[in-house]
Design a protein around this ligand. Sequence first.
Ligand SMILES: C[S@@+](CC[C@H](N)C(=O)[O-])C[C@H]1O[C@@H](n2cnc3c(N)ncnc32)[C@H](O)[C@@H]1O
Length: 235
Amino acid sequence: MTDAIPAATEIKTIFNSIAPVYDQLNDRLSFGLHRIWKLMAVKWSEPNLGDYALDVCCGSGDLALLLAKRVGNAGKVTGLDFAVEQLAIAKQRQQAKCPTATIDWLQGDALALPFANHQFDCATMGYGLRNVTNIPLCLQELHRVLKPVAKAAILDFHRPSQGYMQAFQQWYLKNIVVPTAEDMDLKAEYAYINPSLNRFPDGTEQIKQALIAGFSSAIHYPLMGGMMGILVLTK
Ligand SMILES: C[S@@+](CC[C@H](N)C(=O)[O-])C[C@H]1O[C@@H](n2cnc3c(N)ncnc32)[C@H](O)[C@@H]1O
């Protein structure tokens, strides 16, 4: 696979096909740590009781479910994704984990959000920005639907800037990710991670793009020696 951006339909097909094992794989590949990074992203999006929160590229719903706990029964969450198989799993997980929460699971495109301007009090996106085909447009859309001064927290994998961390990441992808994916018959799907990391902007460039999209402040927090990062935006 090359570093060229795959078509949105190809990305959708990948995420639909891995939906049944996606959560299990996340736990295995991150040794459960993704749960901590997701808690951090939710905290930094600053949800309050009664808020209307958005989780873009919600997948199987981890961040939306965490947001639902923070906004409480007086609040509301929308989880948006274009992969219906992921949304179906998110719905099932909500039934099991927090059936009383108000969460809309909506099929939609992060590049053309189906909402009017200034709707949401806060937003999250986990491992979504690296996967959209037009990052500046995605940031503009996110900015458009947030209320003034609302916060968004965007969590994703990164290519670390330091050589030894890059070497470690390559080792991890080759020796942990690929064998695990092979074990689950998903080698081709996970071959996609490396090229997506190559073309993903680093923290400094993400800040630049967020400010151009209209955010008044953008701070990028590297995690795990730069293998992970959270971009915190204020409208
Ligand atoms: C790696 S998964 C992350 C899921 C979840 N946020 C999490 O952290 O576990 C990326 C998700 O982004 C979705 N996605 C990618 N591009 C999208 C787009 N343009 N519009 C909506 N969803 C998109 C995929 O369908 C997939 O479910």
